[in-house]
Write a protein that binds this ligand. Sequence first.
Ligand code: CMP
Length: 218
Amino acid sequence: MPEVTMENGDGDVPEIVVERTLALIKPDAVHRAEEIEEIVLESGFTILQKRRIHLTPEQTSDFYAEHYGKMFFPSLVAYMSSGPIIAMVLARENAIGYWRELAGPTNSFKARETHPDSLRALYGTDDQRNAVHGSDGVTSAEREIRFMFPDSIVEPIPAGMVARDYLARAVNPTLLKGLTELCKQKPEDPCMWLADWLLSNNPNKPQVADRYAVQEPM
Ligand code: CMP
């Protein structure tokens, strides 16, 4: 997998570009979701967002619109709307390529022959019930993330100087306050204490309750 780097503007140190991709755990593999998520995390991905949803056939047709007209389209729609799926936004360096590599070939039979450690080899059944989906490029990742997480803001993840500026402006002042308070309080479990402190002192926390979100329980 080629390394994805970006000029940082102040020298030749290459920077890692963090990407996001949409991953789906399909109906046939939802009962193995915990194992799959463990593999996802062990493979260096961060799960930024996750929801369990049951798509209608109409929503499924929209999601897979690019396959409209193909022989397998009607059965793909029936299958993907046959039960709940798990949608995740994954982030890491070159997330789109790495997730596709981890998923393996579309056809689970072929995956078992050529990529026996891939998710489709391990959890898929055939060429349609292939356990997981992944976006195939930057544009489709953006569209698919918006489709499954309509409230999310898909902005480029900052890197280099931009990230350092952002941390200095928006994160470090709060963190410094929390750490100072932590030193004063000396709690038994400093990590949990700091996590709770940050939750209740987050200056950016939403002021309006998320009343309208209807979601299947995880
Ligand atoms: P996915 O990565 O979600 O993208 C489109 C899906 O269509 C694919 O995984 C499979 O589930 C399905 N698919 C692709 N090719 C075929 C095929 N030849 N027969 C049946 N289903 C297919």
